[in-house]
Design a protein around this ligand. Structure first.
Ligand SMILES: [Ca+2]
Ligand SMILES: [Ca+2]
Length: 301
């Protein structure tokens, strides 16, 4: 966690024992008032930024019975991992370009709306190298969580900087892991959201609508769209078709929608393949299955 900006070594300069008597703000590294003190601040000097060593900081404000001033404001943000939802941005390892901390695990998620994909391009890369990247590494997965398909596990000197990477869907998930010794500069990359046309991962939403892409009034030729609906683990998913008009074919060879349970169409159970003929009687209820919280839809047009 970063308070204002990184400046690790100067936090004691404003600490004043005398602040105990009147009004003060106290910052401690940890979860309660017994945690190690970082500083106790009063007066009109703005205290220095502070970068925490853990994910908890204890901050206490105390004022006495007389004399008050305008008080204080503190901004904070996480500095190890995080979720990035802007259209473009830069993601870095903690403290970059200074050496990253040891013994950390930082999870990053880039999340974009349906119909978008993500492209990342590295600007800097230096992570302690080892066989199979067993010490420090950056793991990148093509999806929204640690079970999504692995794009790569990266470590090493700048010559091993990964090439640009593009996601299939609207999420990229990353984990940066460091061990107890040897820290390097880490990494920095920029990301850009680009149009993927259709499909995407729909995660954590209790309801929603998805639809075929449209080109004027009809869907375009030669299109392939994949949607993955992932809801909370204890829930089930009901699909209800609101409208349906695809090219007629008794074997669904031309244009069709397939629905699968589980993560990927290749591994999942095929629930049904729909075109205008087959779906006529199934149109209103596609599937309700207990024990499956992920439904994948493929649409070939
Ligand atoms: Ca290391
Ligand atoms: Ca067609």
């Amino acid at each position: 966690m970063l308070i204002t900006r990184k400046n690790k070594n100067s936090y004691n300069i404003y600490a004043c024992p005398a602040c105990f008597r009147y009004d003060f703000v106290e910052v401690r590294e940890g979860r309660d008032e017994d945690s190690p003190i970082i500083g106790r601040y009063c007066g009109h000097n703005v205290p220095p930024p502070y970068l925490s060593n853990s994910n908890e900081l204890f901050i206490r404000f105390k004022s006495d019975h007389s004399v008050s001033h305008t008080g204080f404001r503190i901004s904070y943000r996480t500095y190890c991992g995080g979720t990035f939802t802007e259209e473009t941005g830069v993601v870095t390892s903690p403290y970059h370009p200074n050496p990253y901390p040891s013994g950390r695990q930082c999870d990053y998620l880039i999340a974009q709306p349906q119909g978008m994909a993500i492209r990342i391009a590295f600007l800097d890369f230096e992570i302690e190298g080892s066989y199979n990247c067993g010490y420090d590494y950056l793991e990148i997965r093509d999806g929204d969580n640690g079970n999504s398909s692995l794009i790569g596990k990266f470590c090493g000197d700048p010559s091993l900087q990964p090439d640009p990477i593009q996601s299939t869907h609207n999420y990229l998930w990353m984990r940066f892991v460091t061990d107890g010794s040897v820290q390097n500069r880490g990494f920095s990359f920029n990301y850009t959201a680009i149009e993927s046309g259709c499909g995407g991962i729909i995660a954590g939403e209790s309801h929603g609508i998805l639809q075929s892409p449209t080109e004027s009034e009809y869907y375009p030729h030669g299109t392939r769209c994949v949607w993955i609906i992932r809801t909370l683990p204890t829930t089930i998913v009901r699909l209800a078709w609101m409208s349906f008009a695809l090219e007629e074919s008794s074997t669904c060879d031309y244009d069709y929608v397939e629905v699968y349970n589980d993560l990927q169409p290749v591994n999942g159970t095929l629930i049904g393949m729909y075109n205008n003929v087959k779906c006529r009687t199934l149109r209103n209820l596609c599937d309700v299955t207990r024990g499956h919280t992920t439904v994948a839809l493929s649409c070939f047009l």
